[in-house]
Design a binder for this molecule. Structure first.
Ligand SMILES: *[C@@H]1O[C@H](CO)[C@@H](O)[C@H](O)[C@H]1NC(C)=O
Length: 441
C-alpha cells in the first residue's frame, strides 16, 4: 500500500463536522467548572477516551459525514480519462479509495499489462484526487471483497462508470453493491482508450515505414485535431476551459513562494514522471511545469512522438498532486522573460530523459538559467522513459495478436476435426469458462 492519508485524529474530524456539538460540550465543561485552559492543558486525549468509551460517537451521524468512496480499475497506461473518472468519483464523497487490479488478474482477464503493479500504483497514488490505494484488487468485485471494502476499509459507496460491466456469466458485476444501496454511478469519461493509444503508436510507425512521411495524422497541433487509430476510428479530444478548471487547483504561488520550473514532453505519462515531479516539488513551494508543443516534441524526437497531443499531456500533468500549474505549449528555450514573468527561482531537469536531438543552429535550451546559476540536474529516481513504455506497448500488442491468432487457429482445428454436436458443446463450455478474456475484446 503506497499511501495512507487516513485522518490522524478523529477528534479533529468531529470538531470539524460538528462544531455545534463541540461548543455544546465546551459549555457543559464550563458549567461543570472546567476552564478552557484546563481543557487545553490536558489535551484532547482523555476526552476522546471518555467519548469513545461512552459510545456516543459511534452512533453519531456527524462521523458518518466523512464519506469514503471506492473505485477500481487496471490503470494500465494513465491518461486524462482515468484521471477524470477518479475526479468525478472523489466528488461523490470525502475520501477516495482506489483499487488497483493485480497483475495476475489482468493477465487472466485481458493478457499481460504494459505497466507492472508498482508503476500503476505510483501513477494512481500520484493523482490529486486519490486519498488511499488498495493494491492487488480483484478484477471483478466478489461478495467477499465487497464485504471487506464495507467492513475493513469502511467504504460507503462503490463507484463505477455508466457502462455495463458484466461478469463472465452475464450477470451485473455491481448487482450486490446495488442491492445493498451502496452503489453510485459516474458518467463514462470521453477520451482515449488504451486501445486507441496502441493504435496511434502502431499507425504512426506504419506511416513512417511505408512512405517515410515525416508528418502524419498523429499530431498536427490543431485545435480539435483528429487521431486516426489503427482500427480506423477517429477519436477526438476537445479541451474546454471548464475541464482545465476542474483539473487545476486554482491557486497561484503565495507570497515569498519559491517557484520551481521543469519542462518536457510528458508523453505517455508514467511512473518516472510522477517521481521526478515529486522530487522537483520538494525543491520549492510551487511547481510550474512547461509542456512542450507537439511541434517541438516531433522535431526533437521524431515519429511516433508525441503519442498524446499537448492538451492531453497537459491534463495528465495537471492531474498530478505535485503540480501546481502548467504552461500549455511551453517554448523549447527558457528565456529571461519567462523567468521574470513567472518569478522562477530554480529550473530543473531530470538526469533520465528522452534523448532530444538538437536541431541545426539550436543551442542549449537551458543556457539562460545556467548563466543565472539557477539551473540544476535532478537525479531521476526511475530509469523509465516514454520510449520504454511505447516499446512495451508495441511488444505487448504483438504478443496479444499472436495469442489471438493461435487461439483462432486452435478453434478452427477443433471445428474441422469433429462435427459431433456434443464435442462442440464441450469446446464451447471450456471456451467460455477458461477464456473469459476473449469476451472482453
Ligand atoms: C519571487 O520569488 C521569491 C522567492 O524566490 C520571493 O521571495 C518573492 O516574493 C517573489 N516575488 C513575487 C513578486 O512574488
Amino acid at each position: 500500500m503506497a499511501m495512507e492519508y487516513e485522518s490522524h485524529n478523529w477528534v479533529w474530524d468531529v470538531l470539524y463536522y460538528c462544531p455545534r456539538l463541540f461548543s455544546g460540550l465546551m459549555l457543559t465543561a464550563a458549567l461543570l467548572g472546567l476552564s478552557t485552559t484546563y481543557f487545553g492543558g490536558i489535551g484532547l486525549f482523555p476526552l476522546s477516551y471518555v467519548w469513545s468509551d461512552s459510545g456516543v460517537f459511534h452512533k453519531n451521524k456527524c462521523e458518518k459525514k466523512h464519506i469514503r468512496v471506492y473505485m477500481d480499475g487496471c490503470f494500465d497506461l494513465m491518461h486524462y480519462g482515468h484521471a477524470n473518472a477518479l475526479r468525478q468519483a472523489k466528488a461523490l464523497g470525502d475520501e477516495l479509495v482506489v483499487g488497483v487490479v493485480s497483475d495476475e488478474e489482468i493477465i487472466a482477464n485481458k493478457g499481460p499489462p504494459v505497466l507492472p503493479m508498482d508503476e500503476r500504483l505510483a501513477l494512481v497514488s500520484g493523482l490529486k484526487w486519490v486519498d488511499q490505494v488498495i493494491a492487488n484488487a480483484p478484477y471483478a468485485i466478489t461478495e467477499q471483497f465487497m464485504n471487506s471494502l464495507f467492513n475493513e476499509h469502511k467504504i460507503d459507496y462503490i463507484i463505477h462508470g455508466d457502462d455495463p460491466c458484466l461478469l463472465p456469466d452475464g450477470s451485473d458485476a455491481y448487482a450486490l453493491a446495488k442491492k445493498a444501496g451502496r452503489y453510485k454511478q459516474i458518467k463514462r469519461t470521453e477520451g482515449v482508450s488504451s486501445t486507441d493509444i496502441v493504435g496511434r503508436i502502431l499507425s504512426s510507425l506504419k506511416d513512417t515505414e511505408e512512405g517515410g512521411h515525416t508528418t502524419s495524422t498523429l499530431s498536427n497541433g490543431d485545435l480539435g485535431e483528429r487521431h486516426r487509430s489503427q482500427r480506423g476510428q477517429i477519436s477526438q479530444f476537445l479541451l474546454t476551459s471548464q475541464r482545465i478548471v476542474q483539473f487545476s487547483n486554482g491557486k497561484g504561488p503565495g507570497p515569498n513562494a519559491r517557484v520551481v520550473y521543469i519542462d518536457g514532453a510528458f508523453d505517455l505519462f508514467h511512473a518516472g514522471h510522477v517521481e521526478i515531479l515529486k522530487k522537483a516539488k520538494q525543491l520549492g513551494d510551487f511547481l510550474l511545469v512547461g509542456i512542450h508543443t507537439d511541434h517541438i516534441v516531433r522535431e526533437h524526437r521524431g515519429m511516433p512522438y508525441p503519442v498524446m497531443h499537448v492538451y492531453e499531456r497537459s491534463l495528465s500533468v495537471l492531474a498530478c498532486r505535485f503540480v501546481d500549474e502548467v504552461i500549455i505549449g511551453a517554448p523549447w528555450e527558457i528565456t529571461k522573460d519567462m523567468i521574470t514573468t513567472f518569478n522562477i527561482s530554480i529550473v530543473v531537469h531530470g538526469t533520465v530523459a528522452e534523448s532530444n536531438t538538437l536541431l541545426p543552429g539550436e543551442t542549449d535550451p537551458y543556457s539562460v538559467p545556467k548563466r543565472m546559476d539557477i539551473f540544476r540536474f535532478l537525479e531521476s529516481p526511475k530509469s523509465l522513459t516514454t520510449s520504454c513504455v511505447a516499446e512495451r506497448i508495441v511488444t505487448n500488442h504483438e504478443a496479444y495478436m499472436k495469442r489471438n491468432a493461435k487461439k483462432a487457429e486452435r478453434e478452427k482445428q477443433y471445428y474441422e476435426e469433429s462435427s459431433e454436436p456434443s464435442l462442440i458443446c464441450i469446446i464451447f463450455v471450456t471456451y467460455f469458462c477458461f477464456f473469459p478474456s476473449f469476451m472482453r475484446f
